[in-house]
Write a protein that binds this ligand. Structure first.
Ligand code: CA
Length: 224
């Protein structure tokens, strides 16, 4: 769903019509009042926002959108009047994703909308990390080893995730310490050994996949 805030009814209707023809659902609003009412019940994928509006203008609307965590990520394309460089710059500073100078062609609008939607598509959920018998699901924060669910502490989880992500790379204890515990953690490299130890135990038979590299540190066994 695309919301079009535009006070000129002929333009607004043309926008809606064109968007519908391009396969988008679109709803038009002549001003901020109807727009905010609609925002309270359903959020759009993108907002086409005219700057010059009677009452609350587009810049003020954009400012409010960006200041609320609920609406901050909704892509906004501004429509600016020709020659209003100031509005354009202000709009981009405030976090508009793109702008169109009036008068703009409807096909140009559709291609800009598609481009912004491609750019701002919500990030895919992280994929499962899998190595040998171990599977880690970053999104659900779960680990299984040999099909059995393994309950890990936060640090053990982070440690395992790092090892799984790095595809056989060897980490020194210091590197693991700073990556998992943070660079300013005051601790000994023995902390890492202890956690690797409990991690191996909890992983059962799959624990051998975490290999000790003598004199260096640890690595996750690569694919056989
Ligand atoms: Ca206007």
């Amino acid at each position: 769903m695309i919301y079009c805030v535009e006070d000129e009814s002929s333009i607004r209707e043309l926008m809606q019509y064109t968007l519908n023809m391009a396969g988008f659902e679109a709803t038009g609003f002549s001003g901020s009042e109807g727009f905010w009412k609609a925002m309270a019940s359903a959020l759009p994928e993108l907002i086409m926002l005219d700057i010059m509006l009677p009452g609350e203008d587009g810049i003020s609307i954009l400012k409010k959108l960006r200041s609320s965590p609920v609406t901050a990520d909704i892509p906004v394309i501004l429509a600016t009047a020709k020659g209003s460089e100031y509005d354009k710059v202000t709009g981009l500073d405030l976090g508009a994703d793109d702008y169109l100078c009036k008068p703009f062609g409807m096909m140009e609008m559709v291609s800009r909308i598609k481009a912004v939607l491609r750019r701002t598509k919500p990030r895919q959920l992280p994929e499962l990390l899998n190595q040998g018998d171990i599977t880690l699901d970053p999104a659900r924060h779960t680990v299984t080893a040999g099909g059995q669910v393994v309950s890990l502490t936060l640090k053990e989880f982070d440690l395992l995730k790092l090892l799984l992500e790095s595809n056989g790379q060897v980490f020194t204890r210091e590197a693991l310490l700073s990556a998992v515990w943070g660079a300013d953690f005051i601790g000994e490299s023995r902390t890492v050994d202890v956690h690797i130890g409990t991690l191996r135990t909890k992983l059962g038979n799959a624990g051998v996949q975490i290999q000790t590299v003598r004199g260096v540190g640890y690595r996750m066994e690569g694919q056989p």
